[in-house]
Design a protein. Structure first.
Lengths: 227, 227
């Protein structure tokens, strides 16, 4: 039986990615980061998902990325997360919610954890097509992280390299929702909104992508929205 | 003036690597990790080195790698660090002091920090020739981390990629000591021993490499040894 460390944020994509790992018969080890995110609801969702999936080992790794700062998702200064980067900084391609090197840091920790657990795979829910334009969600990025893994750890000396699996990379949000439905992913326990309130805002990039995905799939999003 | 984030452990190699960055006229930003290492002397040395070099900004980043465990350098179970992996686990190439994915994790955080600081380079003191056989100290590893950086961050969209600089990669310990002497590196403020005591043990891998380096350079190591 293969073993897979699965990055699980509490969002929709990582939940589907974990469900795919499970559906392949892999023993899954969810890994969630408490990185100083303002959005604590996400973490609660990750815990609820793990319980619902009937998984025992849930590693919640503490790493306070506010130590290096500079993102609307972690910093204490109040940047409105529903504004685009263009509005706020005059920049063009990368949203203000980009956390510097976040996926690289998370994957590195996952690599160490996978090595310690003797895992074969690291699953993550990055998604290129409907992503918000983060540089570390692109296919070339994943390819190069794999190339790094191939030489980075003890396992590469003793056996097979750990495989980076990003099953949602080329899927649309609609595809992801449909695949999740097939796999009985409890979408009501996932959280996508950048805000941490009782109801999702329905206005931030993340909410807009999610709502459009459900609409296109012809399904109703089970979580509550403000509007 | 270029800016360089410099990984600084408090050991000899990273001190020389930082001195090289300074000698190139770069503005340096030392970055030290409190990662749950048993050896706290190393951290004190890093602080003393920064003071001696007359640098103001010293980022000490907290990330407790004991959360993923499994190294004689961090774990609480008492593995003798002067024993080779072969003696302890029957393995062959990688010493018991190897911390899973440590350099990958440290470089990832450095990448995020460099991006936030607008730095051009990340300097690190890895050294292939006289290293202890860690997989993440090899030239191919550095090359692949650079390839990752080239696509990983916001800076790659807006300007030049951040450069990974490992100036000691192909140097022997003796070369490193000579270069450090030329650059007035205060070796008396560096610590290499895996143990954290008043005097270095003189027996662990790290002490043995250091002592041999000084001997070959025809110099006296200014720190105190037990034997």
């Amino acid at each position: 039986m293969s073993k897979s460390v699965c990055l699980l944020s509490g969002g929709m994509d990582s939940a589907v990615s974990l469900a795919i790992a499970k559906s392949e018969g892999s023993q899954v080890y969810p890994l969630t980061f408490r990185y100083g995110q303002k959005n604590s609801l996400e973490l609660d969702c990750a815990k609820d998902l793990v319980r619902r999936f009937g998984i025992r080992d849930h590693k919640i790794f503490e790493i306070d990325l506010r130590q290096i700062g500079c993102s609307a998702l972690t910093d204490d200064f109040d940047v409105p997360v529903d504004k685009s980067l263009e509005e706020i900084t005059g920049g063009k391609e990368i949203p203000v919610t980009y956390v510097p090197a976040r996926n690289t840091i998370f994957l590195s920790v996952a690599l160490g954890y996978a090595e310690v657990m003797g895992a074969d795979n690291i699953f993550l829910g990055v998604n290129h097509l409907d992503s918000s334009g983060y540089p570390d969600c692109r296919p070339e990025y994943i390819k190069r992280f794999q190339a790094l893994c191939d030489v980075a750890t003890k396992k590469t000396v003793e056996g097979e390299p750990i495989k980076i699996r990003a099953p949602l990379l080329y899927m649309t949000k609609t595809d992801i929702i449909r695949r999740g439905m097939e796999l009985d992913v409890p979408f009501e326990l996932t959280w996508s909104c950048y805000e941490s309130k009782e109801k999702a805002c329905g206005r931030c990039d993340s909410c807009i992508l999610r709502l459009a995905g459900f609409e296109e799939a012809g399904l109703k999003d089970p979580i509550l929205y403000e509007k």
